[in-house]
Design a protein around this ligand. Structure first.
Ligand code: ACO
Length: 370
């Protein structure tokens, strides 16, 4: 038995949800470029869950259910109020999602219908939790979700207490579309491993949030913003990045396990970053990002991934940097739950082997002789 480090190149399951073939990402066979241009996030969530784009009445049905489920049970909000004010935002989300299960009477109902219902419920509630957490830690009251608006609109409304501008809603909605699913990424794999034991959907999503939190995965978007703040202006880019590369530091937002010739989602976020910068009259973050890309691609041959330009997009939308990864979770929840449903449909326990590298032929030594 020989281990493959990081399971690189290992095909661990079959899936009909999203594909990455020759650097092209599709959801249910539809190119992400087309979806980013034309689809709303809710249509994409429907596509991931049901395997087809919704008709108008099917979409209206989903929107009605998302509206009906968007409020979070009171005890969960009360618990969030007890979290330490400096709690890590992904730790808060992980804990709150886990506690949602305690107040859901169908939490352990394993029927397909109940699991799909829970996926929709979680999708509706995640943005409410993130916005409530962000307000509560600032000593503000959470704002109840609004009916009849998109998840992107509702999130910005619940975060800021006022209806967002259309351009902000469109940008966030597109970002949610681009992050919704990504084949067998680390957090989706974590979700599938968990539910393959026939554990419940809340356990699967809680595992996924824990995996997404790390800076090698979803946590990179926040880490990119930390770097942009450290650099400060386009004039400082060359010296800071050259030093980091010379010190063999990883540049956050670059590189990818699967894409070696560029992440197809990055160009959309780059365009959004530029457009939002122009609209707000502040292109500093965009210009810094472009310069970083030139240097890192030029010196290391590494291309930006989905996280790199997300940082400047979200900051320009006025979103605090430690909410970037929770926003990623709001979007990826659609993909996680689609994968969880697929795993249940054709389940087998996921239990690989390890190549043993420890000592052999050892004997037990009584404690007084050690
Ligand atoms: N900056 C500098 N060097 C890098 C970077 C980077 N961002 N990424 C990879 N490299 C280098 C490595 O140091 C390594 O060099 P070496 O062979 O001289 O040791 C080589 O490229 C291969 O890198 P690995 O880390 O082995 O590649 P792996 O496929 O395991 O990792 C990963 C992929 C984790 C995304 C990596 O590129 C990375 O750490 N990037 C920065 C974090 C990041 O942006 N994560 C988000 C990924 S997208 C997502 O999850 C949503």
């Amino acid at each position: 038995m020989t281990a493959t480090k990081g399971l690189e190149g290992i095909v661990a399951t079959t899936s009909s949800i999203s594909s990455i073939i020759d650097g092209v990402l599709t959801y249910r066979g539809i190119n992400i470029d087309e979806l980013a241009e034309h689809a709303t996030f809710e249509e994409v969530a429907y596509l991931l869950w049901y395997g087809k784009l919704p008709t108008q009445s099917e979409l209206d049905g989903l929107l009605g259910r998302l509206d009906a489920y968007a409020a979070v049970p009171d005890p969960v909000i009360k618990q969030i109020k007890l979290y330490p004010k400096d709690t890590n935002s992904m730790a808060a989300l992980r804990t709150a999602v886990s506690s949602l299960a305690l107040y859901d009477t169908e939490a352990n109902d394993m029927s397909t219908e109940a699991n799909l219902n829970k996926a929709i419920k979680l999708q509706a509630q995640l943005s409410t939790i993130v916005a409530a957490f962000a307000r509560i830690r600032e000593g503000k009251e959470p704002i109840a979700p609004k009916k009849g608006v998109s998840i992107a609109h509702n999130f910005l409304y619940m975060l800021n207490g006022q209806d967002p501008e259309e351009v902000a809603v469109k940008a966030l909605d597109q970002a949610l579309v681009l992050h919704a699913d990504h084949e067998l990424n680390a957090s989706t794999f974590a979700a599938r491993v968990t539910v393959a034991t026939l554990s419940d959907i809340y356990s699967g999503v809680t595992s996924a949030i824990g995996a997404l939190k790390g800076p090698l995965h979803g946590g990179a978007n926040e880490a990119v913003m930390v770097m942009l703040e450290e650099i400060g202006s386009a004039d400082n880019v060359e010296s800071v990045i050259t030093d980091k590369l010379a010190n063999k530091e990883k540049i956050m937002g670059f590189g990818h396990r699967v894409y070696k010739n560029g992440d197809p989602r990055a160009k959309h976020l780059q365009r959004m970053s530029q457009e939002l910068g122009k609209l707000t009259g502040n292109l500093n973050l965009y210009e810094m990002s472009i310069k970083i890309e030139e240097l890192v691609t030029g010196q290391k041959g590494l291309k930006p991934n989905v996280d790199f330009y997300s940082a400047s997009v979200y900051t320009t939308l006025g979103i605090p940097r430690d909410l970037f990864t929770p926003i990623f979770a709001i979007s990826r929840l659609s993909g996680w739950t689609a994968h969880i449903l697929e795993q249940y449909e054709n389940n087998r326990l996921i239990r690989p082997r390890a190549e043993y590298t420890g000592p052999v032929s050892q004997s037990y030594v009584p404690i007084e002789e050690r």
